[in-house]
Design a protein around this ligand. Structure first.
Ligand SMILES: NC(=O)c1ccc[n+]([C@@H]2O[C@H](COP(=O)([O-])OP(=O)(O)OC[C@H]3O[C@@H](n4cnc5c(N)ncnc54)[C@H](O)[C@@H]3O)[C@@H](O)[C@H]2O)c1
Length: 428
């Protein structure tokens, strides 16, 4: 099939590339000329494991092309996948301006029957609004569909190629058949629903995962008061197949471009319908509080932060990505700087993106080891695997004081203290 992907960011680029790999002919467009220029020469604008090789392979086989011109590729496409951003407004509501801009342009340039599929995460009712906008601009036949994307940054290609499920929301057989044909080669359960249900499944899924994280973080906070170990509590809970192990890792809370905005957006949608979603309100509050409870551990240990040197490991919102959107590291570092500390930061991939936000407020180090030199404390914010490889002897010999405050429970506290390193983590 011929597919036009609108928006070549994380979701658009990964989806487009994977669909090309699965045998479709893909045109990826974006309004960001710089991004398209770099993609045309095979350069990926962000870090995502496995993606670069796949993009280059599919450029070479001419299965994927990148352009800024929507009209030219639109009239060749059987399906259009909308993958533009849906950032939060101040109120928490999803800002749909990029969706509507894209859809208006699609409507103005349609020349034949096409299915317009939304992959972006959008509030319930958006597909119907898309339909109206296209109808205003185009008299011919078309359909809309909702196939929300569930990939995770850091394992996006793997997730896309091996999904747990595919949700296909449509209004009629023709759109359903074409949407099914698009996903034919992906072997997983395919759930067919109406448009509204498909849109809701995505929000409900992210809100539930965020709830699990806030839940285990509250358990961790209680564990600290009663002398229990949250890691073992989570293990004991996770062995129950009704609960499951995933997303029960206590820490400093969730960040990133999806959970914070999607939880707030669902809370907002519910409120607008007259239903106050109390559980989600608490999920957000607990998540916001968790980073400051962690910060208090740093303050309690160091007392005064003025002129203290703090090594920070991990800047991205999670490992294996360079994405720092709503990364908790940024909040923690800004507060450390405000309190007078000198921050030496290291991240395997996210230094450039962090520098765009924090500028020269902090020192950027080339290695994790280098960040440790002369530090009064090491603060771990993102659990990159490479941090596990750093030798404990190095930690001790390089730091002014061998003190680790770990927001991701990466290490075994007993092992570290037997080597003379003070180790403070979350919920144990
Ligand atoms: N990032 C994730 O892990 C993830 C996972 C699942 C779902 N989602 C959802 O997918 C959507 C996209 O997220 P993302 O992280 O890929 O965003 P992104 O910011 O990385 O990419 C969006 C792209 O759309 C482009 N764009 C905006 N308006 C356009 C237009 N009119 N025409 C063409 N291109 C346009 C932007 O320039 C940008 O490159 C969001 O709704 C998000 O919630 C994201």
């Amino acid at each position: 099939m011929n597919i036009l992907v609108v928006g070549s960011g994380y979701v658009g680029l990964v989806s487009g590339t994977c669909f090309a790999e699965l045998g479709h002919k893909v045109f990826c467009i974006d309004i960001d000329e710089k991004k398209i220029n770099s993609l045309q020469s095979g350069k990926i604008p962000f870090y995502e494991p496995e993606l670069a090789d796949l993009v280059i392979k599919n450029i070479q086989s001419q299965s994927i092309t990148f352009t800024t011109k929507l009209a030219e590729s639109l009239n060749q496409a059987d399906l259009v996948l909308i993958c533009v951003g849906t950032p939060p407004k101040q109120t928490g509501q999803a800002d749909l301006k990029y969706i509507f801009q894209a859809v208006e342009e699609i409507g103005k340039n349609l020349t034949k029957y096409t299915v317009i599929v939304t992959k972006s995460t959008v509030p319930v009712g958006t597909a119907q609004k898309i339909k109206k906008i296209i109808s205003k601009n185009y008299n011919g036949e078309f359909d809309v569909a909702s196939c929300p994307e569930f990939l995770r940054e850091g394992s996006a290609v793997k997730d896309f190629m091996n999904p747990d499920r595919i949700v296909i929301g449509t209004e009629n057989q023709r759109a359903s058949d074409l949407s099914n044909e698009l996903h034919e080669k992906l072997d997983c359960p395919k759930l067919e629903t109406n448009l509204e249900t498909a849109e809701m499944i995505k929000y409900a899924s992210n809100a539930f995962l965020a709830t699990k994280i806030s839940f285990i973080n509250e358990i961790a906070n209680v564990c600290e008061n009663v002398g229990a170990d949250v890691e073992q509590v989570a293990e004991g809970m996770g062995l129950d197949t009704r609960i499951g192990k995933a997303f029960l890792r206590a820490g400093i809370g969730y960040g990133g471009s999806c959970f914070p905005k999607d939880v707030r957006a669902l809370h907002h949608v519910a409120g607008q319908t007259g239903y106050p979603f109390q559980l989600l309100k608490a999920v957000v509050e607990v998540n916001n509080q968790q980073r400051w409870l962690f910060y208090k551990k740093i303050k309690d240990e160091l007392k005064c932060l003025e002129n203290k040197t703090i090594a920070v490991w991990g800047l991205s919102f999670k490992p294996d990505t360079d994405d720092v959107r709503e990364s908790i590291a940024i909040d923690i570092i800004e507060k450390l700087v405000e309190d007078g500390a000198n921050v030496k930061a290291y991240d395997p991939e996210a230094m450039k993106n962090t520098q765009e936000i924090l500028g020269d407020k902090i020192q950027y180090c080339f290695t994790a080891d280098f960040a440790l030199e002369n530090a009064d404390c090491l603060v771990i914010i993102t659990d990159w695997d490479e941090f596990k490889l750093v030798k404990f002897e190095n930690i001790k010999s390089k730091m002014k004081t061998p003190l680790i405050i770990d927001g991701r429970n990466m290490f075994d506290g007993e092992k570290l203290s037997s080597q003379g390193i003070k180790y403070i983590s979350v919920g144990r």
